[in-house]
Design a protein around this ligand. Structure first.
Ligand code: GTP
Length: 462
């Protein structure tokens, strides 16, 4: 094993000094994290992570599920062994490391076949989790909607079903995850399989129900004339913190409508009177296991329809570029290109930068073009949130159209309809006895106004 020396987040130094990790919360186990790398790996793209960076990410993810990471290292392989992935020498060496560390969990940041997993568990007398398992656990804990939770559980059970060769697989849910870690030992293969199948069938029918409700919600939201501002970003970038920060002072009582149905949606008023709906999404992650792609996509449908997309980035992170690349790639797959005028990059966690870095990042953001704004903020301290709000308002203003509608003064219903579907800027009685109403509306509502009042005259967008 080649331990990492550069990384300050690597737990190796802590082992040396006898400290334990995981002070932030109760650890679910003492773990070793391994990054297997084939010696003759194909050449890397510039934006792709190096093994060391991948290991850093895996350590971060392992800590994200409360593992007490005792040690982490890159393991170089000449070839992948079908039975154990690693060669016998490495397997034995690691068994020794595990005994010294008294670690009972090994995270292998790669794909393991069920057989490899079982053999390694036997050789190491430890639980072994591969990358898919790790990510499933994370998604399980972080699923923010009922649908998300169901989708992840579905993916997790499917994964477990394929691995019913192990000795410790079981179906108990623990600690908010899906019972991946810990729990009583013996598998009753048949019983487990049956339980999994029954549960999968139940999830399928629940999912169908949730989807129907979701479609209804979306429909009712479409009828609300408020633009949707969606937060996207790599896991841990600070989306939820920003979501809470932005909604803190401005949550509306009308919000309850959404809050009870979906905790990821909040209505709020921006200073210049724009009412928006802020939508939080699940965090992105590199190399998303295929099983989770569907679950992930479902939560991202909101983004495709959003009026403004905030791409939240942790600019204090060493891998901020690689993370951003991953996010942009997934957005691209959803049809949202880098040049999409709805995008605003939010450079978060500037409070963690030293003064030089801060200056550099501020200058870069300052130079960003109007078409691709980049806003520096700290969701934690609140710095820059006002700049972000202005940037959102500017984006929204760009999308809106001015329309002049002429009404019969007695048409009170028509006027109140306009108030509900657009921003009424002025009303004036004309000499011809008609009421001239100037309104501003986003593209969606402008269409509605034009449909209802085909004679409405349109201004160029402001
Ligand atoms: P996922 O749920 O994985 O998608 O993460 P997220 O993007 O919602 O991140 P979250 O808001 O949970 O924040 C992750 C961690 O970063 C938390 O410990 C936050 O307290 C911290 N954090 C968020 N914003 C800031 C910031 O501006 N500065 C600092 N120093 N920490 C921050």
């Amino acid at each position: 094993m080649e331990p990492r020396s550069r990384d300050t987040r690597s737990a190796l130094s802590d082992v040396a000094s006898g400290q334990r990790e995981g002070a932030a919360g109760p650890a679910t186990g003492r773990a070793l994290v391994l990054e297997p790398v084939l010696r003759r790996a194909p050449s890397q793209h510039a934006a792709e992570r190096t093994p060391a960076e991948k290991l850093d990410e895996a350590v971060g993810l392992a800590r994200g599920i409360d593992l007490d990471v005792a040690q982490a290292g890159v393991v170089t392989l000449n070839a992948a062994r079908p039975a154990t992935l690693l060669g016998k020498g490495k397997v034995d060496e690691i068994a020794g490391v595990l005994r010294t560390l008294e670690a009972g969990i090994v995270v292998v940041d790669g794909a393991l076949t069920p057989v490899q997993q079982r053999n390694l568990e036997q050789a190491w007398n430890a639980k072994v989790i591969d990358r898919t398992g790790l990510i499933l656990e994370i998604f399980g804990r972080r699923a923010r909607t009922r649908e998300g939770a169901l989708q992840v559980e579905h993916a997790h059970l499917t994964y477990q079903k394929s691995r019913l060769v192990r000795t410790w697989t079981h179906l108990e849910r623990q600690r908010g995850g899906f019972g991946f870690l810990g729990g009583p030992g013996e598998t009753q293969l048949e019983a487990d399989r049956r339980m999994i199948e029954e549960r999968l069938a139940k999830i399928d029918s629940e999912l169908a129900k949730v989807k129907r409700t979701r479609a209804l919600h979306r429909e009712s939201r479409r009828r609300v004339p408020y633009p949707i501002v969606a937060l996207v970003g790599y896991t841990n970038a600070g989306k939820s913190t920003l979501f809470n920060r932005m909604t803190q002072a401005r949550v509306l009582s009308a919000d309850m409508l959404f809050a009870t149905l979906d905790p990821t949606l909040r209505a709020l008023d921006l200073p210049h009177g724009n009412r928006i709906i802020l939508s939080d999404t699940v965090g992105f992650i590199s190399d998303l296991p295929t099983m989770l792609v569907a679950a992930f996509r479902a939560t991202l449908e909101e983004v495709i329809e959003a009026d403004v997309i905030l791409h939240v980035r942790d600019v204090s992170h060493d891998e901020t570029e690689a993370q951003s690349h991953d996010v942009r790639r997934v957005l691209g797959e959803l049809g949202i290109e880098a040049s999409d005028p709805r995008l605003i990059e939010v450079w978060n966690k500037i409070d963690r930068l030293d003064s030089n870095e801060r200056m550099r990042v501020f200058n870069l953001a300052e130079r960003s073009s109007d078409r691709h704004p980049q806003v520096t903020v700290s969701a934690l301290t609140g710095e820059g949130i006002d700049r972000l709000v202005i940037a959102i308002e500017e984006r929204l203003a760009k999308k809106r159209q001015m329309l002049h509608v002429s009404l019969d003064p007695s048409d009170g219903a028509g006027l109140s309809w306009l108030y509900r579907h657009s921003e009424v800027l002025s009303r004036e009685m004309k000499e011809d006895g008609r009421l001239a109403v100037n309104v501003r509306a986003d593209a969606k509502n402008a269409e509605l106004v034009k449909h209802k009042y085909p004679e409405a005259i349109e201004d160029k967008p402001d």
